[in-house]
Design a binder for this molecule. Structure first.
Ligand code: SF4
Length: 444
């Protein structure tokens, strides 16, 4: 603690996915209700919290780096480590930390704030537990999400799929959904705080509600949200088999449900998909894209793709490339396959050389640039709804936002336009998207 203030100084850093970010926002919301001072992670603090990620070996290394950084800033500080890396590599963390340390497993994040502010040592076992036995989602509530425009709405945690390259089922346990009334309550808090867009998110969002009693699903949840709080909703990643016609029709009918899908394809080669334990084939994916475009011609379709999975030969890569090249997808998130210890794929033969992987990643990224440009060009001349981003110190003439179908647009508008919905005509390609002109105020 500082000499001038009796308040504990708390610093937090977050790695990884939207669910981690929601959970960190819940910690900060809870700290805001306590008598503590939240300071930037780079500053000296009395308590450091590192919300780690383990999705790749690199994410694990970055998590360790953040732990070391905190210790260097204040070796006397109380250190609290949570998240996926803490869940699967607590021993590795103990090896790099000599002082008292509190490790909070993903299933106990609702106890993190109390543990962080306690003066007692943590009971490691109590706060780790066996994640695969957790059968309820951690009760966490967020009152503020930093940026005032868009917030993540966590509806689900965990995954039952065990894709062969993925460590997540081991770090987050089985699929657990938030009760719909609690999701609606969280949406109400965000609405009352002034947020205009919520990203409905989970670890495996497409299986929302399947574990609840009575069973429900994502479409029912979205209907309830749309009815109760007419904000803009954007759905995060959904597996191909989870994008039903019912969902697409709801998206097409509801102007508050954004025409935007993000789909992890990973590979377009059926042999590789089978080795990945993915439950669809390239042909299913092509059919799906056709269905989406038929129901919502202007929809944005983002795709995750992994290059260089074990056993991916030139032909298998070409199959992925050709599939994507021939489909009207909007943007690609391309990742080189990286070995994640503890997964089935890490032990597979046929690991692909880095040089080959890099070449494949580069080819897919070049395709991604082309696809994105084609999509943006196809929408030039249209007037679309844009939610103006807040934050930053932008001046007039430098406002930005995303259209309903996820085109980044910059346009001249006063700073007071932040967090408003504007009608913007998309006029020409810019450096990072499209440049447009405001032609009207709020749609709603
Ligand atoms: S669906 Fe597959 S890739 Fe996604 S979290 Fe579950 S195991 Fe990982």
């Amino acid at each position: 603690m500082t000499e001038t203030s009796q308040k504990k100084r708390v610093a937090l850093t977050t790695l990884g996915c939207k669910v981690n970010q929601f959970e960190s926002a819940a910690f900060l919301s809870s700290f805001a209700e306590r008598d503590v001072e939240v300071v930037p992670f780079a500053q000296e603090a009395d308590v450091y919290i590192v919300n780690t990620c383990a999705v790749t070996a690199k994410a694990g290394a970055q998590s360790r780096q953040m732990i070391r950084r905190a210790l260097r800033k204040n070796p006397e500080a109380r250190l609290v480590v949570t998240g996926c890396y803490a869940q699967i590599a607590s021993q590795d963390i103990l090896e790099i930390v000599a002082q008292p340390l509190c490790i909070i497993g993903n299933g106990f994040k609702h106890q993190l704030v109390d543990a962080a502010l306690s003066d007692q040592h943590c009971d490691l076992e109590m706060l780790m537990g066996d994640i695969s036995r957790r059968d309820e989602i951690c009760p966490l509530e967020v009152t503020s999400f930093g940026d005032r425009t868009r917030a993540y709405l966590r509806v689900q945690d965990g995954c039952n799929s065990f894709c062969s390259y993925c460590i997540v089922p081991f770090t987050r346990g089985r699929s657990r959904s938030q009760l719909s009334d609690q999701v609606v309550r969280q949406a109400r808090i965000f609405a009352e705080e002034g947020y205009r867009e919520l990203v409905v998110t989970g670890i495996h969002t497409g299986v929302y509600g399947h574990d609840l009693e009575p069973q429900t699903n994502l479409v029912s949840l979205l209907r309830q949200l749309l009815q109760e709080w007419p904000l803009r909703y954007r759905v995060s990643s959904l597996d191909p088999g989870e994008i039903t016609d019912e969902l697409l029709q709801l998206m097409a009918a509801e102007e508050n449900l954004m025409p935007h899908l993000h789909i992890p394809l990973q590979s377009g080669d059926d042999r590789i998909l089978e080795k990945m334990h993915r439950r669809y084939r390239g042909e299913d994916f092509a059919d799906l894209i056709g269905r989406i475009k038929k129901i919502m011609p202007a929809a944005a379709i983002g795709v995750d793709v992994l290059a260089g999975f074990p056993g991916e030969d030139d032909q298998a890569f070409q199959n992925t490339y050709d599939l994507l090249a021939g489909l009207p997808v909007t943007y690609l998130h391309v990742f080189p396959y990286s070995k994640r210890p503890g997964t089935v794929a890490a032990g597979m033969s046929g690991q692909v050389l880095k040089k080959i992987k890099d070449g494949r990643v580069a080819a897919l990224r070049e395709l991604a640039d082309r696809k994105k440009k084609e999509f943006y060009e196809a929408h030039l001349g249209e007037v679309r709804e844009v939610l103006v981003e807040s934050g930053g110190r932008r001046k007039s003439a430098a406002m930005k936002g995303f259209t309903d179908n996820y085109i980044p647009v910059s346009f001249a508008a006063p700073i007071t336009a932040a967090n408003q919905l504007l009608k913007v005509r998309l006029e020409q390609l810019g450096e990072e998207g499209v440049v447009g002109t405001v032609v009207g105020q709020e749609f709603a």
